[in-house]
Ligand binder design. Sequence first.
Ligand code: CP
Length: 312
Amino acid sequence: MKHYLTINDIDSLPKWVEEARIIKENPYHFQNLGKNKTLCLLFFNNSLRTRLSTQKAALHLGIQVMTMNFGKEGWTLEFGEGTVMNQGTSEHIKEAAHVVSQYCDILAIRAFAGLKNKEKDEAEEILNGFVKYASIPIVNMESSTAHPLQALADAITLAEHRPKSRLKVVLSWAPHPKALPHAVANSFVKMMKLQDAEFVITHPEGYELDSKITQGCQIEHNQDKALQNADFVYVKNWSSYSDYGKVFHQDASWMMTQEKLGNAQFMHCLPVRRNVVVEDTVLDGPKSLVIEQANNRTFAAQIVLKKLLESL
Ligand code: CP
C-alpha cells in the first residue's frame, strides 16, 4: 500500500480488522518498527480523537511525531498551475509538499470540505496536492469526501460487538444546527459495502448521499421502518449533497432516542451534540459504543502506519 486515502486502499478488511484486534491486545509489540522514522501530522481543521489517537498509534510503533496546525499556523497554500501569486496565497503546494517530504517518512493530513463548491471539494486539492507533489506515503485523517481512519475503527468496533448469527446495521441521518460534510457517512457506507451484513441508510428526502457511493445500498426514508430489528445504529448528520452544503431542516423527530434504538447498539464518530443528534439516555446508556469507537481509532491508525512502514 502506497498511501491510505480511502477505505478501499485496504486489500482485505477482515484481515486488517483481525490484525488490529491482535495489536490491541499487545500495542507495543512492534515498538521497534518505527525506530528513526518520523510521522508529520498536518491539521487544516480541528480535532481531538484523530490527533491524539494517531499520535498514540505512532508512539506504540516507536515513531517520532511532529504536529502542525497548518490551517491556523501555516502559509496560505496556492494550488493553481501557473498562478501569478500576487493575491492571498503565500506558498505553492509544490514547494510545501517537497519540503515536508524531507522532514518526515509518512505524512498525515486533515482537510475538511468547505461545503461551498462541490467540484472544488471533490477535487480534494489539499490531500491530492500532497499526494501529487510529496515523495512519501500520505494518510487521510479526514478529507472533503472521506474519513477512512474512522471507518476502519468502526469496522473494528463492529467486529468486536457483532452477534454471531446475523447482522443488521442502519446508518441514520440526524439533525444538526450546522452544515456538516459527508466524509464520515461516505466512508462508513463504503466500509459497510465490504461487510457481510444487511445495511440500510435512512434520511429525510433531500439528504441523499453521493449516488456513486450509495449505489446498491438500501435507502429507506421512514426512519422507524429502517430501524426495525437493527443490531447497530450508526447516527450521523450531513448536509445536502444535491443542494450542496445546504441545511434544509433540523427536524428534531430524527434525533436518536432510547425508544427508537430499542435493543440496538449505538454508534457515532464523535464529537456529538447531546439532545440534538442523540438524547443523553442513549449516550449514557449501556448500548452506546462511542467511547470504544474512539479507542479503536488508535488501533485503526496503528495498523495503517504499520502497513505503510512495512512498505517503505
Ligand atoms: N471522529 C473524529 O474524527 O474526531 P475528531 O474530529 O475529534 O478528530
